[in-house]
Design a protein around this ligand. Structure first.
Ligand code: THU
Length: 157
């Protein structure tokens, strides 16, 4: 028998400790929360993806009265990014959220499982780690890759 532990590397930082490019991505993710369409959950999520062609693409969650039809912020941004710039590779993503009380959530927001799986595919395409920046008002978490957010990930290729 063998026991294994999977460790997720997380660096906890304050906003002022981020690099300039990380701060810009966090600012844009925070700004993107304002473009959420979330009349049902009233939970507004914003994502900003930095591409290796210098572009930053943002997205916000878009809900729908037919509930499963809505899309999370991360996939809105990821699909828009790849549909707009199919030759560019993802470098980093920042995710921010505003809760039902209209305040930024305190603990860093974490992407749902489906978004982790979708982002992992773009990380695989990029052949390089995509940094993941999770924003909260108390702290910001920086993870080195999408892979690190999804232990035992499914791969079909
Ligand atoms: N949501 C996101 O946009 N990203 C996530 O990773 C988790 C959840 C959205 C979906 C829904 O519109 C709202 O947050 C509440 O679940």
């Amino acid at each position: 028998m063998k026991e294994k532990d999977i460790v997720i590397p997380i660096v906890e930082l304050g906003y002022d400790e981020l690099s300039e490019s990380q701060r810009r991505l966090v600012d844009m993710a925070r700004e993107a929360t304002k473009r959420a369409y979330a009349p049902y959950s009233k939970f507004r999520v914003g994502a900003a993806i930095e591409l290796d062609n210098g572009e930053i693409v943002t997205g916000a969650n878009q809900e729908n009265a037919a509930f499963p039809s809505g899309t999370c912020a991360e996939r809105t941004a990821a699909y828009y990014a790849h549909a707009s710039y199919p030759d560019a590779h993802f470098k980093a993503i920042a995710i921010a959220a505003v809760g039902t009380d209209n305040n930024e959530i305190v603990e860093p927001v974490a992407p749902c499982g489906a978004c982790r799986q979708a982002l992992l595919e773009y990380e695989t395409l990029a052949k390089q780690n995509v940094e993941v920046i999770l924003v909260g008002s108390r702290a910001i978490y920086v993870l080195p890759s999408v892979r690190s957010t999804l232990p035992l990930a499914f791969f079909s290729f």
